[in-house]
Write a protein that binds this ligand. Structure first.
Ligand SMILES: [Zn+2]
Length: 259
C-alpha cells in the first residue's frame, strides 16, 4: 500500500514524520548528557520548568510563533531546536526520494538520526553517549542481515572501524600522555561500519579526517584556537558518514574502476 502513494503525498508524509522525529531527537540531545529519561516526563522549559502545551511543541512553527522565547519566563530557546527539526525533516524527504520505501531506507534513516544526535551532543559536551553508539552497533548489524551492505561487510566494518580508532586512541595516549581521542569515537566508527560496511566506513574516516584538518587549519590560521581543541572528532565522523551514505557509492565505483 505504501508503494502506491502518489509521489508528492509520500514526500509530504515523509517530511511531516521527519519533523516529528526531529522533535524527539531534540529531547534525546537535551536529556541524554544529563542522564535523564527520554520518555518521561513530558517536555518542559529548561529554565522555568513549566510543562509545554501541545501548541508549543510543534516542530519549527512553535519556535517561530514564540519568537525564540519561552511564553512565560521569556528565556531564549536555542536555535538548535528548529535547526534539528528542519534538518531531520529534510533528511527524511531526501532519503524517501533517494531510496524509496524498504529496509535500506529504514537503515539509513536510523543511522542518520543517530548521527544527528551524536553530532549535537559531541559539539556541546564533547561526549558520545554509549546509549546511542552501543545499541547502534547491534541495530546496524541487524539491518545488514536484510539489506546493504550485507552481514559480512557490516561485521568487517564494525570490527575494523572500532579497532582502527581504538589503536589510534591508545597510541596517542602512549606517545603524548594525554587523551586526544575519546573512547566514544571508536564505538561511533564501529556503529558507522556496522550500518555502512567497511568500504563506506573507510571513506567516512577519510572524509572526516580531511574536513577536520581543513577546519582545524582554518581555525589556527584565523587565530581562533589551537589545532587540538578545534572541534570534537565525533562531529566530523557524523558529517563524513552522512556524506558517504549519501554519495559514497558512486565514488567507490569510480575508484574501483581503476583496477
Ligand atoms: Zn520558561
Amino acid at each position: 500500500m505504501i508503494d502506491t502513494l502518489p509521489p508528492l503525498l509520500g514526500l509530504l508524509l515523509a517530511g511531516a514524520f521527519g519533523a516529528i522525529v526531529g522533535s524527539f531527537l531534540n529531547v534525546c540531545i537535551h536529556r541524554l548528557p544529563l542522564g535523564a529519561s527520554i520518555v518521561w516526563p513530558s517536555s518542559a522549559c529548561p529554565h522555568c520548568k513549566r510543562e509545554l502545551s501541545w501548541y508549543e511543541n510543534i516542530p519549527v512553527a512553535s519556535y517561530l510563533v514564540l519568537r525564540a522565547r519561552c511564553r512565560t519566563c521569556k528565556a531564549p530557546i536555542s536555535v538548535r531546536y528548529p535547526f534539528v527539526e528542519a534538518l531531520t525533516c529534510a533528511m527524511f524527504v531526501g532519503a524517501w526520494w533517494y531510496y524509496g520505501p524498504g529496509p535500506l531506507l529504514a537503515s539509513r534513516l536510523v543511522l542518520g538520526c543517530a548521527l544527528i544526535v551524536l553530532f549535537a551532543i559531541d559539539l556541546e559536551h564533547h561526549l558520545l553517549p554509549n546509549a546511542i553508539t552501543l545499541p547502534g552497533i547491534v541495530v546496524g548489524f541487524a539491518f545488514s542481515l536484510m539489506t546493504e551492505p550485507g552481514w559480512m561487510a557490516s561485521l568487517i566494518g564494525l570490527l575494523a572501524g572500532g579497532g582502527v580508532l581504538y589503536l589510534v586512541a591508545v597510541a596517542y595516549y602512549r606517545i603524548r600522555h594525554e587523551e586526544g581521542l575519546g573512547m566514544g569515537d571508536p564505538k561511533m566508527l564501529a556503529m558507522i561500519g556496522a550500518f555502512l560496511g567497511w568500504k563506506l566506513m573507510l571513506l567516512t574516516l577519510l572524509a572526516a579526517s580531511l574536513v577536520g584538518s581543513v577546519i582545524g587549519l582554518a581555525l589556527v590560521v584565523a587565530g581562533r584556537g589551537s589545532m587540538k581543541y578545534a572541534l570534537p572528532f565525533g562531529c566530523f565522523l557524523a558529517v563524513g558518514a552522512l556524506l558517504s551514505a549519501a554519495g559514497g557509492q558512486p565514488i567507490l565505483d569510480w575508484y574501483m574502476g581503476f583496477f
